[in-house]
Design a protein around this ligand. Sequence first.
Ligand code: TTP
Length: 394
Amino acid sequence: MQTVVLAAGKGTRMGPLTDNAPKPMLPVAGKPLVVHCLEHAIAAGASRLVVVVGHEADSIRTALADRNWDVPVTTVVQDELRGTADAVRTAAPELAAEPFVVLNGDVLYDEASLAELYTSGPAVGSFRVDNPSAYGVLQIEDGRVRGVEEKPADPRSNLVNTGAYVFPAAALDWLAVGESDRGERELTDVLQRTCETAEVTAVPFDRWLDVGRPWELLAANEWKLAELDRRIDGDVSPDADLRGTVVVEAGATVEPGVVIEGPTYVGEGAHVGPNAYVRGSTALGPDSRVGHAVELKNSVVMRDSAVPHLTYLGDSILGRDVNLGAGTAVANLRHDDEPVELTVKGERVSTGRRKFGIVCGDGVKTGINCTLNAGVTLSSGARVGPGETVLRDR
Ligand code: TTP
């Protein structure tokens, strides 16, 4: 079935990681997030893909053009972020007058559930959560979807909207919806109209991850790293010990004395060791460096970043071109054992994680022997002096 993938958003909640890159391009187990979405869609039954891009459109267009796809993939530009219905409207000239699927490009789906959606009539993917009030809750009566209630205080079910839909061809004429209270033209209003004219089913999804905030990028990497197969194409010393599912890309080097536990991904041109301890689930980006006496765990280190010596880094995300000075230590656990909080758009929010370290924007540099507390965000280009203890964002 023809499929529209929405990837025009800014990803403001993912800041500072989206300061210089659109969210769909953030790395998940060695590939941009949006590439996972397209691969899932193709495996599930997409016959052609129209990807709606907007914010930093060129980097997404280039990344998609650089790959070989089994089905035609085109991009269209939404010049202003007017909402998800408007995004699909931008794609409409590329679509045939047939049923179509819409997927959010910043979501990870499991392929079996998505395949189930593709074989359904008008449908919406549903996912069971513990905190439905934070989502669009599906209103279901007699097995039929009647609509979506956004963030209800008193949710009637815990089945939420996954942002994955099968629309009938007629919905192509219903995309010009009015603005919602938050000033956007929403696809859920198109779904509402579909529910009024057709029988819309809820397809239960076994797994689903909306990658909106930094700890969800960590969760996305955990999910996709766990699905890798062991593959060693790089230059690995016979005195290194690679345990379990480890991928070392061509052009990467692993020096003597290194222990890498899977699932771990070592990107092209990355350099690890000597004598480093890399624990899963970790993804090292292209041309990154991890040096002597560094312990790294459950972290994402993006391209060109370096953790060169004597550092502990756990449950953290480093953007591009970050350098941690020798002896930088990162806390990833509160002594009261409460979930670590992080700042999202100016507000402290629970990550829901007992263990979470730091988020560093691009170009951050820390001096020697500094201490970074759990839940600290360092904005792009931030500097930490030698010996400093950083308890708050900067
Ligand atoms: P959102 O999650 O609403 O937006 P976002 O991804 O930009 O994130 P943030 O709120 O942190 O800024 O968007 C849902 C999906 O729809 C996402 O894949 C982006 C896409 N989208 C468009 O393609 N065009 C639009 O006009 C809007 C609002 C979203």
